[in-house]
Ligand binder design. Structure first.
Ligand SMILES: [Zn+2]
Ligand SMILES: [Zn+2]
Length: 314
């Protein structure tokens, strides 16, 4: 019995020792072959959930380079869990300035610097991003100055380049990817955008927060994957029964998010192959099943429907 336990223990440790480099090689191989899409956080709304979904963030790995769309609370932790070193992220995109999409923007970049970032980082977002970036550095001034002096780190403020944009169209382009934006319907926010990433092997659209939006249909035309937010009304009613500002909050949520039937209509009208549901509202009610999230979408969309989960790769 004792010997068997020993063998089991040895087998496990040997597996761990040789499997890590093997996994790295396999991952590198996968990176070469394709654009990868990983959901980091899928819970809509600013409230921090419990054990379930983290707040919204989506990762694309394009030829091994990470691109992060939105930085809700929990993004740093789930980047690490996805195996992406924080100091390797070079490109950030913010869809709009609700806190469930930008609360950890500065912190993710900072956490990259704390783990050895020494090269340039770029970030694109609606008006206000440049100011937020400066404000974050003011907030962290003491720590940044201290660590530069004390630990010999480079000046983080000189590594980060934020770019405000205020209209739809081309956001950025390099040899690996072209990123375009459409303005979507997320009142009262004027500057709310969806992003489309076109790479050599895939086209991926991320809706951001929006109600039914013809502009999003245009942006997503014939895309391989549409990552779309979703609002489940029966779940919302239950959520609202617990909060004091229910009437006002319901008015906002219904006007600015998309019910499953409309997600299906958008996906069908755009002609996408796959729709991936994310930004679940409510995002922390385990009584809502995957089938309940998907069934309204399926009424109008005959393609593949993926009910997203944190750290799921599509
Ligand atoms: Zn949101
Ligand atoms: Zn929003």
């Amino acid at each position: 019995m004792k010997r068997r336990e020993f063998l089991v223990g040895a087998a496990i440790s040997a597996t761990a020792a040789w499997a890590a480099p093997l996994r790295a090689v396999l991952a590198q191989d996968a990176v070469k072959r394709k654009t990868r899409l990983i959901l980091l956080g899928t819970k809509g709304g600013p409230r921090v959930g419990g054990e379930g979904r983290k707040n919204p963030s989506t990762l694309l790995l394009i030829n091994g380079v990470p691109y992060v769309v939105d930085c809700g609370y929990g993004t740093s932790q789930h980047l690490v869990r996805a195996g992406v070193p924080l100091n390797s992220v070079r490109n950030f995109f913010i869809t709009h300035h609700h806190s469930d999409h930008n609360l950890e923007y500065g912190s993710v970049i900072y956490n990259g610097w704390a783990t050895g970032l020494r090269t340039r980082v770029d970030a694109w977002g609606p008006p206000g991003l440049e100011k937020m970036t400066r404000a974050f550095f003011d907030y962290m001034q003491f720590d940044i100055d201290t660590r530069m002096d004390d630990e010999g780190r480079p000046d983080l403020r000189k590594l980060v380049f934020a770019h405000d944009f205020d209209k739809p169209g081309l956001v950025m382009q390099n040899e690996d990817v072209k990123v375009t934006a459409a303005r979507v319907r997320h009142p009262p926010i004027e500057h709310a955008y969806a992003f489309r990433f076109d790479t050599a092997d895939r086209s991926i659209v991320i809706s951001g927060d929006t109600n039914y939006s013809p502009e999003l249909i245009e942006l997503a035309r014939d895309a391989d994957v549409l990552v779309h937010e979703i609002l489940y009304m029966p779940g919302l009613e239950k959520l609202l029964s617990r909060v004091p500002n229910a009437a006002k909050l319901k008015e906002h949520i219904v006007a600015s998010h998309t019910v499953p039937e409309d997600v299906g209509r958008v996906a069908a009208a755009a002609g996408v192959k796959t729709v991936v549901l994310t930004h679940f509202v409510p995002g922390d009610d385990p009584s809502i099943t995957d089938e309940q999230w998907a069934e309204g979408v399926r009424k109008h969309f005959g393609g593949r429907i993926v009910v997203g989960k944190d750290l799921m790769e599509i």
